[in-house]
Design a protein around this ligand. Sequence first.
Ligand SMILES: CCCCCCCCCCCCC/C=C/[C@@H](O)[C@H](COP(=O)(O)O)NC(=O)CCCCCCCCCCCCCCC
Length: 214
Amino acid sequence: MADGADAFCLREVLVAFTACLGEQREVRVDPYLAGWKGLIRFLNTLGTVFSFISKDAVTKIQILENYRNSDQREKYLTVQSMVEYELANGLVDLKKRSEHPDSGCRTFLRLHRALRWLQMFLEGLRTGEEDSKTSVICSEAYNASLANYHPWIIRKAATVAFYVLPTRNTFLENMNVGTADEAVAMLGDALPFICKVYDITEELYAQHKLLDLP
Ligand SMILES: CCCCCCCCCCCCC/C=C/[C@@H](O)[C@H](COP(=O)(O)O)NC(=O)CCCCCCCCCCCCCCC
């Protein structure tokens, strides 16, 4: 992977997720999307077999960025303000996708579910044996999280794609933060922030009964 301005760096991604957390437990949307964009850049270096995943993620990021660039941008500054604004104005399809198929709330929920996968995957990488298979860590994380929301055909395609992932140490060394051990140390520092972002969002969505948005 080249060392150009676009090269993936784990540090930047983790800093972005850390920057999501506000003092009042608010979750800021811009750094959240920046974190995902960094991850997608990395995903794109892993091969075209992952294109169907990155395309879907990019579409969702774009929907949320469009809200952030619209006249209502302030309402989408944090997940909390987005939920409040969209619910108060009837902008969320609660039972079936119809008038508001791409609400901020349902779109963010898809990334939120993927964040659970990320959390489990990074934790698996952090605690895994040196020569363990990234594909196994990845499928275990996937099966315990996102897979529950995907139809059979997507689960199948994702599982096939995971096979091409390199071994754990090569994967960690590709993160551009030094040795595999250094990457592990950085994951240890950053994972609590990712967990916190996940937990706060989960609690907010549960409180408003939004966890099953179509
Ligand atoms: C390192 C290998 C990365 C493997 C990625 C594992 C996640 C597998 C996700 C498979 C998603 C398949 C694409 C389609 C999904 C949609 O059907 C589905 C539902 O959307 P809908 O309700 O609008 O129809 N969409 C979703 O669930 C959102 C998926 C978003 C996935 C983002 C994954 C980004 C992965 C970035 C990996 C980078 C790893 C770097 C580690 C430091």
